[in-house]
Design a protein around this ligand. Structure first.
Ligand code: CTP
Length: 421
């Protein structure tokens, strides 16, 4: 498979801006996209210019801003922009804009471009809770999603007035991640993102566990949670419902994911035990500690100032292997489908791949995603993996951004999931 190393670099991105106060946050999104090397064109609706003026978009995108199909008619902008786009992101999308998209209106440059484009479309709605929950809006969103448009769930929180609830525009970083997931996703013959995980629910673990030694110190690892996050974003754009067990991850929650924050391996084990029976797939991307303190010291462990050479002996014990237990406890062999990860460096006469193959057979997960970490991967944007089946045979290989790798893993997961009854 061809995987773009930097999916947004050089991509032509149209940003549609609807008429809502959240339009000011879209300025950060445009900056983020331009910073990644995207060629961004902003198409504001006329109403949105009441909130943020054209000068802001022109300065940030380095392109003139048009709103009407009657400007620069000789350039046929309403056809050209849509045809040339690699991705369209609408933020904020008002209830009115969602309704116009649903029925295929083309009464301004933005909606006309939406009819022309065959690029993936990501929509980030923002409105008052009543409007978001109104049956008309629910229906419009459902229809747009069926067409393969990614409609991101709004965040829950304080709205413009004194009210609060679902309706806030998600953080620009979260919209950017969804955009990255959409532009790298597999597409149907019309160019829309394939929603091959629609109706499926995934439990994804991400990050690295921390094992307390005393009230101030802990044992941890270098996992940033980025690969698990990329998997969550990718699964969401492909239509899945996502539960995300996050071990010490400092990243904005992917909009629409249900997040459970955990600290230690034991806490992660209990979240997985509780949820794995309710999902179609368990994806164990978290780096789980293999050892924890035999007993956590109640008081801070002190050094002995009188003896420069003395060090405390810290007794460790093994943690439970969550992946292995999940495989063994699976009541029938079909649900959930289980994906493990293996980070290996190789050593003692074995290559990293030899160790991963042996681990695939030992752990018994349906799929094992192996990466060779001798080259360093923690915290990086890119990854390089081989996907093994439970016999240790390679079924796929992927290299590139963590988002692109996430889609490659999900392609194999989709193939491994049992048919919906
Ligand atoms: N894993 C787990 N529970 C643990 C340790 C690891 O569920 N206590 C999971 C990880 O989430 C990952 C897979 O097992 O999906 C492999 O993790 P890794 O650390 O590579 O394997 P280990 O079993 O720890 O094997 P080793 O230490 O021998 O490399």
């Amino acid at each position: 498979m061809t995987i773009l190393p930097r999916p947004l670099a050089g991509a032509r991105v149209l940003i549609g801006v609807g008429g809502g106060i959240a339009a000011y946050k879209t300025a950060h999104l445009v900056r983020g996209l331009v910073g990644e090397g995207a060629d961004v064109r902003v198409l504001p609706t006329a109403a949105s210019l009441e909130f943020v003026g054209a000068a802001t978009w022109e300065a940030l995108s380095h392109h003139p801003v048009l709103t009407s199909v009657f400007e620069d008619v000789d350039e046929v902008a309403h056809v050209r922009f849509g045809q040339e786009a690699d991705l369209v992101v609408i933020a904020p999308a008002t209830a009115d804009l969602l309704a116009r998209m649903r029925i295929g209106r083309a009464d301004d440059l933005l909606t006309a471009s939406l009819l022309v484009t065959r690029a993936p479309v990501v929509v980030a709605p923002a409105m008052h809770t009543e409007m978001w929950e109104h049956p008309s809006t629910r229906e419009n969103v459902a229809v747009l999603r069926e067409r393969g448009i990614t409609v991101i769930e709004p965040a829950v929180g304080r709205l413009t007035g004194p009210d609060s609830g679902p309706g806030r525009l998600p953080e620009p970083t979260a919209i950017l991640e969804a955009a990255r997931a959409a532009i790298t996703a597999p597409r149907d013959q019309h160019g829309a993102v394939r929603r091959d995980l629609s109706g499926r629910e995934l439990l994804i673990t991400a990050g690295g566990t921390r094992e307390d030694l005393d009230p101030v110190r802990f044992l941890a690892n270098h996992s940033s949670g980025k690969q698990g996050w990329a998997l969550a974003h990718a699964a969401l754009v492909r239509g899945a419902r996502v539960r995300l067990a996050a071990a010490n991850v400092d990243l904005d929650t992917p909009p629409g994911a249900e997040r459970f924050d955990v600290g230690s391996a034991a806490e992660l084990a209990s979240i997985v035990a509780e949820h794995r029976v309710q999902v179609d797939a368990l994806v164990m991307a978290a780096a789980v500690a293999d050892f924890t303190a035999a007993a956590r010291a109640q008081a801070k462990i002190k050094k002995d100032d009188g003896d420069e050479d003395s060090v405390p002996a810290i007794a460790l014990r093994r943690t439970a292997d969550i992946l292995r237990h999940s495989v063994l406890d699976r009541a029938d062999s079909a649900r959930p489908t289980i994906v493990g990860f293996a980070a290996e460096t190789g050593g003692e006469g074995s290559t990293a791949l030899d160790l991963a193959r042996a681990k695939a057979r030992r752990k018994g997960a349906d799929l094992l995603v192996f990466n060779d970490i001798s080259t360093g991967v923690f915290g990086a944007a890119d990854n390089s993996v081989r996907i093994l089946d439970r016999d240790g045979e390679e079924v796929a290989r992927a290299e590139g951004s963590k988002t692109a790798v996430a889609h490659a893993v999900l392609d194999e997961l989709v193939a491994a999931l049992p048919e919906v009854p």
